[in-house]
Design a protein around this ligand. Structure first.
Ligand SMILES: Cc1cc2nc3c(=O)[nH]c(=O)nc-3n(C[C@H](O)[C@H](O)[C@H](O)COP(=O)(O)OP(=O)(O)OC[C@H]3O[C@@H](n4cnc5c(N)ncnc54)[C@H](O)[C@@H]3O)c2cc1C
Length: 478
């Protein structure tokens, strides 16, 4: 009987658990360890953060789902991995309390990002001066602060709202873009848009870069870029922007940054939502003699080392699609896999930049929900292969993977909107697509309109159905 342990029930780990449980759960021991006893559908937090959606509608209990798939559930925080002796220690967060020991033959680390607010002094909702929409509780705090600003505007006060990235190496610009456009729409609905100044502040090289080198599409025989598209949209929405900025320090109502040229500047705000740097979730990796074996498992940022080619200069990396991992397997401990944000990418997708003061202002590579689900499935399929046949047959790099993203720009079914963006592949692959973009120009697509708002809502409903393992779940693609 094989033992499979999975740490983290986000898009990546939960997908792995459903596939592994469904194929092996009856005859083998599958265990999920997750800090929360509920799944969180993160993409809909952009609506919850403006008070247009109940946070509770983004969550469901995990245990019921795992019972269906014969997956054991430990509600707790994994703190130690012992790769030589093959077990994980978790601090229980359920009524039992204490520690749980979970033995494994195969381990999947799918812990998502650690929100490193400490990487920028003064950032964040707990000990800092800004808000976040990266977790359910952060979103509730951001919503309340946003609604407080709205009340002030109703009383005639002007408010400055700044949304973007709070670290020179932050990622997840898509979420910040969605949040500021939803704020714009919400303020119109509440009749106070004229009282607000909106600013998008980002470390991106260009508007619409999103950490994936932007998106270029062919329409009516002409090339359009995500930069032109967002430029036009922000002008229409009366939203200002500042890009190529690395936020390095935040005080109450003010953030300080450096730009590409090394110049320093500051931005005032009444309400700020700035995405922090993402690092790997801190866990101890302990060898059989009690020694620290972290260097064999994680990179200095805490992300799991997998089958990527690390340490290449950007130009070399950008021209070689094979530097990206395909099976998400740790090279030192071959029974450890990683999926979603937890795996260490070989480097950035967007062109990096170091300013004259030595500050690297570079959008880190995003691993969105779709990529996280897809990597979770590849890992699951390979573990199923290994248990049943002793060999792996699945392999997909981000240079071969499509991603669809629906960026909400207002949730209303009547006057909402969304940008539907399909990129193939996620990481430009100049070997397969020898055009300037390195992408398939037939598949890569960008549309905007009300239909997108309907699609975004449908995707919420469809995924909440799939992720609860309801009828036909496996037919719905990741
Ligand atoms: C506001 C917002 C909007 C977004 N919108 C979109 C979108 O529209 N489309 C899209 O594709 N992507 C979107 N994303 C990105 C998407 O949410 C992430 O790519 C995705 O959640 C990553 O999945 P993951 O499984 O790797 O990590 P996570 O979703 O972060 O899941 C990790 C899980 O591991 C658990 N965990 C962590 N450490 C431990 C531990 N030590 N022990 C036990 N459990 C642990 C966590 O509690 C969590 O449940 C958005 C992100 C944000 C913040």
């Amino acid at each position: 009987m094989a033992k499979v342990a999975i740490i983290g029930a986000g898009f990546a780990g939960h997908t792995t658990a459903m596939y592994v449980g469904s194929a092996l759960g009856k005859d083998h021991e599958i265990t999920m360890i997750n800090m929360s006893d509920r799944f969180l559908y993160v993409p809909s937090l952009v609506w919850a953060g403006v008070g247009h959606f109940d946070v509770e509608k983004t969550r469901f209990p995990l245990k019921k789902v795992y019972d269906k798939f014969n997956v054991n559930f430990v509600h707790g925080k994994a703190t130690e991995v012992h790769p030589d002796e093959q077990y994980v220690i978790a601090e229980r967060r359920d009524n039992q309390g204490g520690q749980a020991r979970v033995d494994y033959d195969y381990l999947v680390v799918a812990t998502g990002p650690h929100l490193n607010f400490k990487g920028t002094p003064g950032l964040g909702p707990e000990h800092g001066n800004t808000y976040s929409i990266c977790t359910a509780s952060h979103t509730v705090q951001a919503r309340d602060k946003f609604l407080e600003s709205v009340e002030r505007m109703k009383r005639g006060e002007r408010q400055k709202i700044v949304v973007g990235t709070g670290h020179p190496g932050a990622t997840c610009q898509g979420a910040a873009f969605e949040y500021i456009t939803n704020i714009h729409k919400s303020l119109i609905k509440r009749g106070v848009r004229d009282k607000a100044e909106l600013l998008y502040l980002s470390n991106e090289r260009a508007l619409g870069d999103f950490g994936v080198r932007g998106v270029h599409v062919k329409k009516n025989g002409r090339m359009f870029s995500s930069e032109e598209f967002i430029n036009a949209l922000f002008k229409e929405y009366g939203t200002d922007w500042k890009i190529q900025k690395g936020v390095k320090n935040v005080e109450k109502g003010k953030c300080y940054w450096e730009d590409y040229d090394g110049d320093e500047g500051e931005t005032d705000f009444d309400f700020g939502m700035l995405i922090p740097q993402f690092t790997g979730m801190p866990m101890k990796y302990i060898g059989q003699d009690g020694e620290d074996v972290s260097a064999k498992v994680v990179n200095p940022s805490g992300f799991i080392i997998v089958d990527a080619i690390y340490g290449q200069p950007y130009e070399k990396m950008a021209s070689n699609p094979d530097v990206w991992p395909g099976i998400y397997q740790n090279p030192n401990y071959k029974n450890i896999f990683a999926a979603g944000i937890a795996f260490a990418p070989p480097g950035p997708i967007s062109v990096p930049h170091v300013n004259p003061n030595g500050m690297s202002i570079s959008a880190a590579p995003p691993r969105t929900g779709m990529v996280s689900g897809a990597t979770g499935k590849i890992v699951a399929e390979n573990i199923i292969d290994l248990v049943k046949h002793g060999r792996m047959t699945h392999n997909e790099r981000m240079t071969e993977m499509a991603a669809a993203c629906i960026a909400s720009m207002g949730d209303s079914m009547w006057d909402g909107s969304a940008a539907v963006i399909v990129v193939y592949p996620v990481v430009p692959n100049c070997r397969r697509y020898p055009n300037e973009e390195g992408r398939d120009m037939f598949v890569t697509h960008m549309e905007m309109g009300l239909a997108g708002a309907w699609m975004k809502r449908m995707i919420h409903t469809t995924f909440m159905h799939k992720l609860q393992g309801r009828i036909g779940w496996s037919l719905i693609p990741e």
